[in-house]
Design a protein around this ligand. Sequence first.
Ligand code: PLP
Length: 548
Amino acid sequence: MNETFVLSAVAFAVLALTLPLARRRLQLSQAKHRSLAGHSRMAKRVASLLPGLSYDEQRFFDADGAAAGTVARRRAGFEQLCALYRTRYPRSAAMTAEAAQGLSDLQFTGAYRVPFPFSAYLRQHLKTGSFVQAASGVTLTDLDGNTFIDLTGSYGVNVFGMDFYRQTIAEGSAMVQSLGPVLGSLHPVVASNVQRLRQISGLDEVSFHMSGTEAVMQAVRLARYHTRRTHLVRLCGAYHGWWEDVQPGPGNPLMPRQTYTLEEMDADTLKVLRTRKDIACVLVNPLQALHPNKPAPGDSSLVDSSRRTSFDRERYTAWLEALRQVCTERGIVLIFDEVFMGFRLAPGGAQQYFGVKADMVTYGKTLGGGLPVGVVCGRKDLMKRFREERPADICFARGTFNAHPYVMGAMSAFLDRLDSAEVHALYDGLDARWDARAAQLNSALQSAGLPVQVGHMSTVWTVTYTQPARYNWMLQFYLRAHGLALSWVGSGRLIFSLNFTDADFAQVVERFVAAGQQMQADGWWDGPVQTDRAIRRSLMREVFMRRG
Ligand SMILES: Cc1ncc(COP(=O)(O)O)c(C=O)c1O
């Protein structure tokens, strides 16, 4: 009797201890997005198991089982495109091929422009150049003298046009000339930058770093230090730089450690934030409003036509407000990572655009006025790096090049211009202007009978495809042939600078449609009718059977 009582008591105690744990674990699972991107550990394991597959010549053209006539048209079109690239871009391509031997980044970007089964054959035959010699207005000129309309946006740095940054760099350099590249002591321009950033961010203090990645590292480190909690929450799909804890899963050799990747715009995520005690901060990248829960849409993952965008400003605002509320209730640091979107949506960044205030904000890219930078703005109590009462308990953050005089000079020139009437005019009616331009392109694509549309959030655009197909990634090469420069991620990310005029944009529409029509004429969209799901399944079957 006694023994039974003891056993029951022990069982009860064990249950009482483990049930809340199990409940919290279950809550965490429910707050993960159902996709692989929502499950970093699993994604990492799957990525490590994925066998290579490289299509041979035949398969390169008939991967979707297209009819012989279509395959012949594709071959002819591809050969023509290769010949055009050979004759039009010889110097750019030759320098790229030579430099790639010693420049690992070029090898990587070259290999991941398209889905991996197509990559080797494509690289062997279609030689793309990665070198340019000049920029002006909204154009880039390569080593062979070809001029392209620039849709790369310099990874988002280029908000106001390249001539703008050329001037901010020159003005900034002149400003700090007498001091030169002295580090450690600060040029006076730093003090005025701090004042202006406090005003823009509405936050108390500022720290300077050399890249967006470093700024995010510092914001997260400070959040952990002050909350004395271990974990950061990153929302599914969001990019925050390439530092370990913000990039769990594929691409990171370590298993995820102290990061929860939770579903964006989801009530279960709020539940987790409301109940767990180990969460130091939530990182928000406002760019995700364009495609919540999806990773950056590079063409290397464009295996079918399931890419979608769904920007809904009101819904995203409501989501940020809900996050704001729960973070306030739970003492969790809400960090807006505006490295990409800051100054692109509004002069006061995403905080101003969505009307929600963060505890910390990271900026970078364009804020350096064309030079490399990362910035953290934060509440006073969160920015402090030491405790008066515990002198050895510090939150260390240094960086040789932080607040470099030339960067600070260019930033100052950038901030001066941000205040100018000319730049204010660019922000006036910004959304309406870019909504109308997206509608203009979509209507032209539709009228031309092309299975292509664009989705957008202001000046950041993504090309989507309206009928299931395997070869959508080819579009980037036709766009290039028609004088539109895309970054290595291809049609997933087009970035416009605000200085595009209506005439510039009309050129984009014309070239875009012409590129699509040539691709259509070459038969790449003429495969047998299949669903996106069927395309993905058959690709998976092929990959695991190691065909090709
Ligand atoms: C939102 C966001 N955070 C951080 C980073 C990292 O910035 P950087 O490339 O300057 O390290 C990026 C870069 O694209 C970004 O888009």
